[in-house]
Design a protein around this ligand. Sequence first.
Ligand SMILES: *[C@@H]1O[C@H](CO)[C@@H](O)[C@H](O)[C@H]1NC(C)=O
Ligand SMILES: *[C@@H]1O[C@H](CO)[C@@H](O)[C@H](O)[C@H]1NC(C)=O
Length: 789
Amino acid sequence: MHFWKVTMASALQNRVNRAPKVASALLCFFFFFFFLFSSRSSRVSAQSSSAVFACDVDKNPNLASFGFCDKSLGVNQRVSDLVKRLTLQEKITFLVNAAGSVSRLGIPKYEWWSEALHGVSYVGPGTHFSNVVPGATSFPQVILTAATFNASLFETIGKVVSTEARAMYNVGLAGLTFWSPNINIFRDPRWGRGQETPGEDPLLSSKYAAGYVKGLQQTDGGNPNGLKVAACCKHYTAYDLDNWKGVDRYHFNAVVTKQDMDDTFQPPFKSCVIDGNVASVMCSYNQVNGKPTCADPDLLQGVVRGEWKLNGYIVSDCDSVEVLFNDQHYTKTPEEAAAVSIMAGLDLNCGSFLGKHTEAAVKGGLVTETAIDNAISNNFATLIRLGFFDGDPSKQLYGKLGPKDVCTPEHQELAREAARQGIVLLKNTAGSLPLSPTAIKSLAVIGPNANVTKTMIGNYEGTPCKYTTPLQGLAASVSTTYSPGCANVACGTAQVDDAKKAAASADATVLVVGADQSIEAESRDRITLSLPGQQSLLITEVAKASKGPVILVIMSGGGFDISFAKSDDKVTSILWVGYPGEAGGAAIADVIFGSYNPSGRLPMTWYPEAYVDKVPMTNMNMRPDPATGYPGRTYRFYTGETVYAFGDGLSYSKVNHHLIQAPKLVSIPLEEKHVCRTSKCKSLDLVDKQSCENLAFDIHLRVKNEGKVSGSHTVFLFSSPPSVHNSPQKHLLGFEKVFLGAQSESLVKFKVDVCKDLSVVDELGSRKVALGRHVLHVGDLKHTLSVRI
Ligand SMILES: *[C@@H]1O[C@H](CO)[C@@H](O)[C@H](O)[C@H]1NC(C)=O
Ligand SMILES: *[C@@H]1O[C@H](CO)[C@@H](O)[C@H](O)[C@H]1NC(C)=O
């Protein structure tokens, strides 16, 4: 049980639902509450009031003679100077998140674990709120930000979050290393952590990862290798099951084909490392094809460090190394577990396992001291890039940031702006939305999520600056009557009478229902896609009794089967609002009263309930299997009916697309002796890169807002490749969000790269250009393009 004492912090967020034996369960229960209690008090008590940093030459002038403190030297020189001064025992203390201190070298303790998924978070022991900084701006949960399809917004939010993070670091309330974002593909609607991700599409996830990471790390501040804060893309890889019907992430072996790996699970990580230049990647708990990811040299050394050239450190999930030993029994001894993960490429262990077992592993000859040196070198290099070894941070680039830079009016306005840009209008009968704030004199506001606060910020949250609940947002414009309708989202018994009365006498009704962390969360996958408890009954009864239009608002991370409401004429509008963040209620009101024209689009498919009967969550296959009736996953492969589709979303205007320019034919020049000149090929290997490299063309579109209100509109360019290599039925090549005035138009251009965009991944995981007919789709437009040699 010693493990639980030392890594209590990971116990709360990450280990709550492990299935321990009864005796240990009781002990854990005790420690869990012990931790809750102590963490509560530490959240409000004042921590040290200044930043933690090394090389404090003002206090100790002797430090100036150390090479690792010398800012004029390169990162690698400073790192090797530092490493050679450490004993083995000291080195090992730098392999864990609660890193050690070496007072003779002026190195204080450093806590690596902070989180900033959608705002600076109190999850992770590295960050605290106090009376100095009581809260930070809480942006919408990521799934809603993804729904904005506004790539510049992803980066803008990242910049604001890192400004607040640095400000908190400067007053000793936060670290510099944040284990965000979560960019796993939202493969299955039941996944409790889907809310944390940018959805089901590899391109959107890739853009989100690169954008958010660039914003957080903001290397444009001066030193191109410097970091404002260090981001971390997680959880590498093929991790998207938490706890489903007795299968949990600590024991799950994700069986993934090479093809699905390379065209679904890996692209966001690749983009995060290559395009985002992220400073860290976190390996997951699960196994992939029989190997724990944190002990897989092909995935870590081979791909992340070798192929993608990570400039940074690889960290384990909390506490993956212990999990691969204790839960997965992957090695016989703890020393072997330590050795295999370090040799696979792991640099830092969230948890304490490597701190305990690495020395014996080195002494037993299982891993070399050089391997330890490499690992801690990656960790130190990151800290050096963050300025941690540059002495007093108040004299450096971000030194002026402080509490005044947290929760500024601009930051809070951006949280509201992000929420309204993400909100998706799924149904709108003529005459329903937007409601006129002058014609509507009274509003019935009903439902278990109608006046919620914390629900709006989802998980990996921090203390927000303040909340505007949906009721408060709506009440700012008209007079309201509130009736929760259910005691909570579980809605065991709906109290319909009061709610019906309110709806019958109001000019319009807004029903706010959906989920919260008791329904979908870390360690909590769903088993049904239906709305919880009697929520459907509440909706149907209230709609029937309503005098005016009925606006159904679904607050959730994952999608629901709401076919009953979609087809109910009394439900005149449906909005999905994700978990909309601290300003969610204000943003909902902006959309409902038409001061913002909705522009969000679904970043994931909404399936009917029948889906969960046909598809075990444990089946990782993306592609359908006609032999078994398995329907496949996500809009790229799923062949069945949907409730709402990826990319769905209406606005208060009507937008038309006109194709202005697109080629009908693309010929790929091949050498005379190429095999495909003589025999018929379905596709071209990208090994012959020169054949398609630099081969690109533009697609020009005219996009016109035919409506009377201005608004933003996302143009999606999809392609259906020829059906070779089990290719996706359709995939997103690009998206562009444009603002369109009423009755005005805009030109949108996409550059299509032949190697990259017209290729598919074959059964063995190689990228190939598909030859034949590619159908490009933009809205209702279809354009056929022939790719030949
Ligand atoms: C709505 O929630 C807010 C914040 O928790 C609370 O102050 C207020 O009393 C609630 N309103 C009603 C009508 O329950
Ligand atoms: C994208 O988001 C930014 C806010 O960062 C906003 O100013 C811009 O208008 C948005 N783009 C569109 C087309 O809506």
